[in-house]
Design a protein around this ligand. Structure first.
Ligand SMILES: [Zn+2]
Ligand SMILES: [Zn+2]
Length: 348
């Protein structure tokens, strides 16, 4: 079969011929219907080197996958060949207190996981191929009626990651509250949709690009702002001086983190989702009282079931541009240049 593989750190991926995987006991091979292309893949190609992560290339890219059950390993029950499924991406040990409640993204025994702190497309072979081997059937979730693999694939990361970040802040998002989304890219535009579908908060979207702000409007943002010097002041002005109850930073650069703090309301949340690598100085005089600042990583398996439900009911629909496996690299180039709107999905 064909697979888009990262051969080494700081190299471009290659489309190569590899053997089709065979499922061992308890495992599942999924025929890939769609694999989302994520900004973090660009970090894998360009930014990391040996020792930066607990795993190394070579591996097949693609950590945002959906398709159909192709082959079942011995002992797997509850799934049928041909059934449409999504793949839950973070693969933990399966036995620790976190994994036992489906929070594999925060597995506490990563040394016992298939690969420490990773999954398919993140140290192990992912879904940018015709087939993907999923090492445990618990990660294979049947798609609800009304959701096909192309729409489902981006929900497993571009949907699940913002969903988790928003869900944890639900108590701070009653009517009359304000949520700010910084960065309306592959995750941020879905974040706007999730806020509108699951809360009554007013949603302000901030980006440097005019097209991104139009996408935010299409996704239901109440207010859009081109980011600049006075963005924090503008956010305070439209919130009657209070600031934002919840700020979701899908960029994570120095400038956006500073904006987040400057725009946050007392007792608010500032959640850093983007891998921009920025830092923030936190101290008594530099942050509004009782603002909680956290990073989040991906989401849990039960949360993915909820996201798939939102997708099947049409409440959350990522804006998708599809590419063939041959064209996958042009998708990544567009993402790098900031010319791709919404999410790129590779259909092998
Ligand atoms: Zn990702
Ligand atoms: Zn675990």
């Amino acid at each position: 079969m064909r697979a888009l593989r990262l051969p080494a750190w700081k190299t471009e991926p290659e489309l190569v011929e590899v053997d089709e995987p065979t499922p061992g006991p308890g495992q599942v091979v999924v025929r890939i219907g769609a694999a989302g292309a994520c900004h973090s893949d660009l970090h894998l190609m360009h930014d990391f080197e040996a020792g930066g992560l607990p795993w190394n290339p070579p591996f097949t890219l693609g950590h945002e996958n959906a398709g159909w059950v192709h082959r079942l390993g011995s002992g797997v029950t509850g799934l049928e060949v041909g059934q449409p499924v999504a793949v839950y991406g973070p693969w933990g040990c399966g036995a620790c207190a976190r994994c036992r409640v489906g929070v594999d993204n925060y597995c506490e025994n990563p040394a016992a996981a298939p690969v420490p702190g990773g999954g398919g497309g993140l140290g192990l072979d992912g879904g940018m191929a015709e087939y993907e081997l999923v090492p445990d059937a618990r990660h294979v979730l049947p798609l609800p009626e009304g959701l096909d693999p192309v729409d489902a694939a981006p929900l497993t990361d571009a949907g699940l990651t913002p969903y988790h970040a928003i869900r944890r802040s639900w108590p701070k998002l009653p009517p009359a509250s304000t949520a700010v989304v910084i960065g309306v890219g592959g995750l941020g535009h879905v974040g706007v949709q999730i806020l509108k579908a699951t809360t009554a908060a007013r949603v302000i979207a901030v980006d440097t690009r005019e097209e991104a702000l139009r996408l935010a409007e299409d996704c239901g943002a109440d207010v859009t702002m081109r980011s600049g010097e006075s963005t924090a002041e503008e956010i305070r002005r439209v919130t009657g001086g209070r600031g934002a109850d919840v700020v979701l930073d899908f960029v994570g650069a120095d400038a956006t983190l500073r904006l987040g703090v400057a725009a946050a309301r007392t007792v608010g949340d500032l959640t850093i989702v983007g891998l921009g690598g920025g830092t923030l100085s936190v101290g008594f005089f530099s942050v509004p009282y009782e603002v909680s600042i956290q990073t989040t990583y991906w989401g849990s398996r039960p949360e993915l079931l909820e996201v798939l439900d939102l997708g099947a009911r049409g409440l959350v629909r990522p804006k998708i541009t599809t590419f063939s496996l041959d064209d996958a690299m042009s998708a990544y180039r567009m993402m790098r240049d900031g010319t791709l709107e919404g999410r790129a999905v590779i259909v092998p």
